[in-house]
Design a protein around this ligand. Structure first.
Ligand code: G3D
Ligand code: MG
Length: 279
C-alpha cells in the first residue's frame, strides 16, 4: 500500500543566510512553487519516499520559504500555523545570525508550536576562511533543544539532502505513521553528485544503526572518511571507494558477512549513479 501524507516545514533565519538557496538546491529543477502573495511566502513541494516494511510512505513536504522584507515583521506569524517542522538557519560567516536564532527565531517557534521537530543549519559552510563562529557553537545550541545540526552549503550541496531527509524523517516519525521500520529515504533515481553520494553513504551507515544512535555513529563515519582521505566537501570516486571499503571493515565487526557485502554493494551502486555515463 502507498500512503501519502502532507507536512509543512519552515525555513527560518535572518535575511541572506541562504534559505531560498537551500530550497532551490534541494528541490532543483522540480520547482512546483506557489507564491502566496498575501503573506510574502513561497511554497515549494517535494515528495520524499520512505520504504516501510510492506508499505510505502510518500511524504509530501511543503517547504515554506519566508521571503525578503517580511523577515523581521509580524506577518510571518500566519506562516507558522500548521507547521510540522522547522529549519533554523544561521550563516557561518555572520555571528549575529546565530545569536538571532536564540533571540528572535526560537522564541517565535515556541510561541506557535511546542515540541516541533527542528533542525539547525550552519549554512555557507563552503566559506571556511570566513567563519565567524564554529560548528561547536551551533552544536551547543542544537543540543539544548535535543535537535540535530548540520553544516550545509547551498553552493556545493554539502549536507543539503541529509538535512532535508532528516527533517522529513523526524516529521514523518511524529505523525500517525510512527513505525519502527521507517527507514531513511533513498534519493530518487537519476544522476547524483559525488557530494550527494558521500552524504548519502554517511546517512545510510548511520541509519543502519537506528535513529537513537544517529549522532553517535556520525563520528565513526567521519573517522573513516578521514582515513580514506575523503573530504565531504570535495569527494572523489577513489576516496569514496576507499571509504566504502573502510566502512565495510567497521561493519564486519558486528554484522554478518552477507549484510556487510550487501551494504557495500548498495553504496557502490549509489556511487555508480554519480560516475557512470548512462544513468
Ligand atoms: P535568504 O533566502 O535566506 O535570504 P538567499 O538567502 O538564499 O537569498 O542567499 C543569500 C545570498 O547568499 C545569495 O548571494 C546566495 O547566493 C548566497 N548563498 C546562499 N547559500 C550559500 C552557500 O551555501 N554558500 C555561499 N558561498 N553562498 C551562499 P547573492 O550574492 O545572490 O545575494
Ligand atoms: Mg530568501
Amino acid at each position: 500500500m502507498v500512503v501519502e501524507i502532507k507536512r509543512k516545514v519552515l525555513l527560518l533565519g535572518d535575511g541572506a543566510v541562504g534559505k531560498t538557496s537551500l530550497i532551490r538546491k534541494f528541490v532543483m529543477d522540480q520547482f512546483d512553487d506557489k507564491y502566496i502573495a498575501s503573506i510574502g511566502t513561497k511554497v515549494t513541494k517535494k515528495v520524499i519516499n520512505f520504504k516501510l516494511k510492506d508499505d510505502e510512505l510518500n511524504l509530501v513536504l511543503l517547504i515554506w520559504d519566508i521571503l525578503g522584507q517580511s523577515e523581521f515583521k509580524g506577518v510571518i506569524g500566519a506562516s507558522f500555523y500548521g507547521a510540522s517542522g522547522a529549519f533554523l538557519v544561521a550563516d557561518m560567516t555572520r555571528r549575529p545570525t546565530l545569536e538571532n536564532l536564540k533571540k528572535v527565531w526560537l522564541p517565535r517557534v515556541e510561541e506557535v508550536a511546542k515540541e516541533l521537530p527542528i533542525v539547525f543549519l550552519g549554512n555557507k559552510a563552503d566559506l571556511t576562511d570566513e567563519y565567524a563562529f564554529r560548528e561547536k557553537d551551533l552544536a551547543e545550541l542544537a543540543d539544548t533543544y535535543d535537535a540535530p545540526h548540520f553544516l550545509t552549503s547551498a553552493r556545493t550541496g554539502l549536507n543539503v539532502n541529509m538535512a532535508f531527509y532528516r527533517i522529513a524523517y523526524d516529521v514523518a516519525k511524529k505523525g500517525k505513521f510512527v513505525d519502527k521500520q521507517l527507514s531513511y529515504p533513498i534519493p530518487e533515481e537519476g544522476r547524483l553528485t559525488l557530494v550527494e553520494v558521500a552524504d548519502w553513504i554517511m546517512y545510510d551507515f548511520c541509519s543502519e544503526k537506528g535513529e537513537k544512535n544517529f549522532a553517535l555513529t556520525m563520528p565513526i563515519v567521519r573517522e573513516q572518511y578521514e582515513r580514506a582521505g575523503l573530504d565531504p566537501r570535495n569527494p572523489t570516486k577513489e576516496t569514496i571507494m576507499k571509504a566504502v571499503k573502510y566502512l565495510a571493515e567497521t561493519e564486519a565487526i558486528y554484522l554478518d558477512q552477507e549484510s556487510v557485502e550487501q551494504n557495500a554493494l548498495k553504496r557502490l551502486k549509489m556511487l555508480k549513479r554519480a560516475v557512470s555515463k548512462n544513468v
